[in-house]
Design a protein around this ligand. Structure first.
Ligand code: HEM
Ligand SMILES: [Ca+2]
Length: 589
C-alpha cells in the first residue's frame, strides 16, 4: 500500500511557483510529497516494536514497561525552578510545535471507554494508575484513557502521520489544506476573517464547536490549527499573527490598488511567513539550542542566502523522535499559574481552569494586552524533570461529583506516547548523541546525577528500558547556555537545520522564481517579536528588547516601541515599469 502522501508517491507539480503550496507539497521537487500535510513522520532511530504487530515498546525482559503514571509521580514532582527564559519563549515554542506536527489522535478524555470495556483493544493504550497513587487514588481513578495514534503504511513501513505541514510555514495561521485557507479568508483585501471586539480583532468563531474540545463555549476560535483554543496564551499568539497578516495586507493593498484579493493575500502571507521564520531562527532559537550552536550550524539567517544553500538532498520532514520526544521537553517549562497583566493589576490564573476556553481571559477588557504582558514578563520554569501539577494532574480537567477537579497527566501521556510510537529507549539515543552505551544504571552517571540514577533503578528493571523522554529530561546540560541535555539537543538541532536548509521556500534563499529581492530580505530581517507586539496590540508603549528572556539578563531591558526597527513594506510597492513577478536576482550566483 502506498498512499498519495507517502514519500515515494508521484505528485505532479506545476511549473515555477511564487507561493508555497498551503499543503506543503511540491517543496522538494525530487520528492514532492516530503513534508506535506497528512504525510508520515521521519525516523531518526529505527522503531522498537513490542511485537511483530506493532505493539507498544516493551521492556527487555518482555514484560510491560512500568506505569508512566508511576514514573511521573516518582520522578517528575512539582518543584519551582524558574529559568531565565520567559513564558513567551515557551508558548512560542508551542506555536512552533503546532506548526510542525499534529499526530492524528482522537481526543483524550479524563474518563472514557478506553479504560474499561475496550482496554485491550488495539486502538487503546491506557495509562495504568497505581492503587496508592497520591493524587488519583482519592478519585478512585485506576487508569487514564489514551488512544493510540493513527498510522499509515508506505511500502514496508508503518508510520505515524502529521496532519499539518512539516515545514515552519505558519500553517497554524493559514491552515494545511486549501479548503481551510479558503474558509479562513475574508475574500476582500487579502485579509483573513476576524471577529471584532472592543479591543480589536480576534480569530473568527468556528462554525461547529461541537466537533472541538471547546464544545458549547464561546468564543471558540477558528484558525489554521485546531488546537488554537487549547490555552489563552496560545490563542493570544494566534491572534497576534492573525492581526499581523491583516496589518500587512492592509498596507500592501493601499499601496498597490491594482492588486486583487488573491494577490494581496498571497503576498502578505509570503511576508508574514518570512517574518515568522526570521524571528524563530534569529531571535528565538538561540535560547533553545544555545547561541553558539545556532552560529556554528549556520542557522541564524544573515542577509540573502544563495539558491545553492538550499539542499534538495535534505529531508525536511518532522522526525517522530523530535515531536514525540526531545521537543516535548518544553512541557516541563510551562508555568501552572500564568500571569495576566502588569504592575499592580497583575494577577495569576491557574492553567487548569482555562483549557479550551480562551475567552474569559483573552476577550475581557484589555485581555489580549494583559495576557501578552504576562507572557513577556513572567519567567518560565527550567527544562528539567520538575513538572507543574497543573500539567500532570489538571489537563482537560473536569469536576468530580464532589466538585474537586481532576484532569489527565500530560507528562505520563508524553512517555506513553513514546512507547506507542515505538521510540527506542534512552540508551539508544545516548549512542546517537555520541555518548557511550550504558551497560548498567551506573554508566548513566556521566549525564545524570546520582539521585536520578538511583531513582531510575528503582522504577525500571533494566537500563535499556529507560524511556527516552525520562532519561532526556533528567540529563544535566553540558554548558550553562544550553537548554536541553545532549540526547535531546542532538535530535532537535538537526531538526531545525533540516527545516531550514530543506525548505526550498525558506525566506532568505535568492535566485528562485519565488525569492524576495535582496533589499526585501534585508528589511524582513528587521522583524522582531517586540515589534510584532507593538504593531498589533494597543497599549504596548515599551517591550523588552528580547521578549524571550527576562529583563536584566544579559543586558535585556524594556525599550520604547518606536526604537525597534520596522520592516519597510514600501519595498513591495509595485511600479509600472517592473515585471509583476520575478525579482531580477537570478544572476545572484
Ligand atoms: C501550555 C501548555 C501545554 C499543554 C496543555 C500541552 C498539551 C499537549 C497535549 C495534550 C499534547 C498531545 C499529547 C498526546 O496525546 O500525545 C501535546 C503535544 C505536544 N506538545 Fe504540548 N502542550 C503545552 C505546551 C507545549 C509547549 C510549550 C511545547 C513546546 C515548546 C509543546 C510541544 C508539544 C509537541 C511537540 C507535541 C506533539 C505534537 C504532535 O506530534 O502532534 N507543548 N501537548
Ligand atoms: Ca507547518
Amino acid at each position: 500500500q502506498s498512499g498519495p502522501a507517502c514519500p515515494s508517491a508521484e505528485v505532479r507539480c506545476p511549473g515555477p511557483l511564487r507561493y508555497r503550496p498551503v499543503d506543503g507539497s511540491c517543496n522538494n521537487l525530487r520528492r514532492p510529497s516530503l513534508g506535506r500535510a497528512s504525510s508520515p513522520l521521519k525516523r531518526v532511530l529505527r522503531p522498537d516494536y513490542g511485537d511483530e504487530f506493532g505493539a507498544p515498546r516493551k521492556s527487555r525482559s518482555g514484560r510491560p514497561l512500568p506505569s508512566t503514571q508511576e514514573i511521573v509521580t516518582k520522578l517528575f514532582p512539582q518543584v519551582d525552578h524558574p529559568f531565565h527564559t520567559t513564558h513567551l519563549f515557551v508558548l512560542w515554542g508551542q506555536l512552533v510545535a503546532h506548526d510542525f506536527a499534529r499526530i492524528a489522535i482522537p481526543l483524550n478524555r479524563v474518563t472514557g471507554p478506553c479504560c474499561d470495556a475496550d482496554a485491550d483493544s488495539e486502538e487503546c493504550i491506557p495509562i495504568s494508575v497505581p492503587r496508592d497513587d497520591p493524587f488519583y487514588a482519592q478519585f478512585n481513578i485506576v487508569c487514564l484513557p489514551l488512544t493510540r495514534t493513527n498510522t499509515t503504511a508506505c511500502g514496508e513501513d508503518i508510520e505515524q502521520v502529521s496532519e499539518v505541514t512539516h515545514f515552519l510555514d505558519a500553517s497554524f495561521l493559514y491552515g494545511s489544506a486549501e479548503q481551510t485557507t479558503r474558509r479562513l479568508r475574508d475574500g476582500m483585501g487579502g485579509r483573513l476573517r476576524v471577529q471584532r471586539a472592543d479591543d480589536g480583532d480576534f480569530p473568527p468563531e468556528v462554525a461547529d464547536s461541537s466537533a472541538t474540545p471547546c464544545a458549547g463555549r464561546t468564543p471558540c476560535y477558528d484558525a489554521g490549527d485546531v488546537r488554537v483554543n487549547q490555552n489563552p496564551m496560545l490563542a493570544a499568539l494566534q491572534t497576534l499573527w492573525l492581526r499581523e497578516h491583516n496589518r500587512v495586507a492592509g498596507v500592501l493593498g493601499d499601496m498597490n490598488p491594482l492588486w486583487n484579493d488573491e494577490r494581496v493575500f498571497q503576498e502578505a502571507r509570503r511576508i508574514v511567513v518570512a517574518e515568522y521564520q526570521h524571528i524563530v531562527y534569529h531571535q528565538w532559537l538561540q535560547w533553545l539550542l544555545g547561541g553558539d550552536r545556532v552560529h556554528q550550524m549556520g542557522l541564524s539567517p544573515h542577509g540573502p542566502s544563495p539558491r545553492s544553500a538550499y539542499r534538495d538532498d535534505v529531508d525536511p520532514r518532522t522526525a517522530n523522535d523530535v515531536t514525540t520526544g526531545g521537543y516535548r521537553a518544553l512541557h516541563s517549562m510551562v508555568q501552572g499559574r500564568f500571569l495576566v497583566g502588569a504592575g499592580a493589576e497583575r494577577r495569576a490564573e491557574r492553567l487548569g481552569g482555562h483549557f479550551h476556553q480562551p475567552g474569559p481571559v483573552l476577550q475581557a477588557r484589555g485581555g489580549l494586552l494583559a495576557v501578552l504582558q504576562g507572557l513577556v514578563h513572567q519567567r518560565s520554569q527550567d527544562q528539567d524533570r520538575w513538572m507543574d501539577n497543573e500539567v500532570t494532574q489538571q489537563y482537560e480537567a473536569a469536576a468530580a461529583p464532589d466538585g474537586r477537579r481532576r484532569g489527565t497527566n500530560l507528562a505520563a501521556i508524553d512517555i506513553q506516547r513514546g512507547r506507542d510510537h515505538w521510540l527506542p529507549g534512552y540508551n539508544q539515543y545516548r549512542e546517537h548523541a555520541g555518548l557511550p552505551r550504558a551497560r548498567a544504571f551506573n554508566d548513566l552517571l556521566d549525564t545524570l546525577g546520582r539521585a536520578d540514577v538511583d531513582a531510575l533503578r528503582d522504577v525500571y528493571e533494566h537500563v535499556d528500558d529507560v524511556d527516552y523522554y525520562v532519561g532526556g529530561l533528567m540529563e544535566g546540560r553540558k554548558r550553562s547556555n544550553f537548554l536541553l541535555g545532549p540526547t535531546f539537543q542532538a535530535v532537535v538541532e538537526d531538526q531545525f537545520w533540516r527545516w531550514r536548509f530543506g525548505d526550498r521556500f525558506f525566506y532568505n534563499f535568492v535566485g528562485f522564481p519565488h525569492s524576495f529581492t535582496k533589499e526585501q530580505i534585508w528589511t524582513l530581517q528587521k522583524a522582531s517579536a517586540g515589534r510584532l507586539l507593538c504593531d498589533n496590540v494597543r497599549g504596548f508603549q515599551t517591550v523588552p528588547r528580547d521578549p524571550f528572556i527576562k529583563t536584566g539578563f544579559r543586558g535585556n531591558e524594556d525599550v520604547p516601541c518606536d526604537s525597534l526597527p520596522e520592516v519597510d513594506l514600501s519595498l513591495w510597492k509595485e511600479h509600472g515599469d517592473q515585471p509583476a513577478y520575478g525579482n531580477g536576482d537570478f544572476d545572484f550566483y
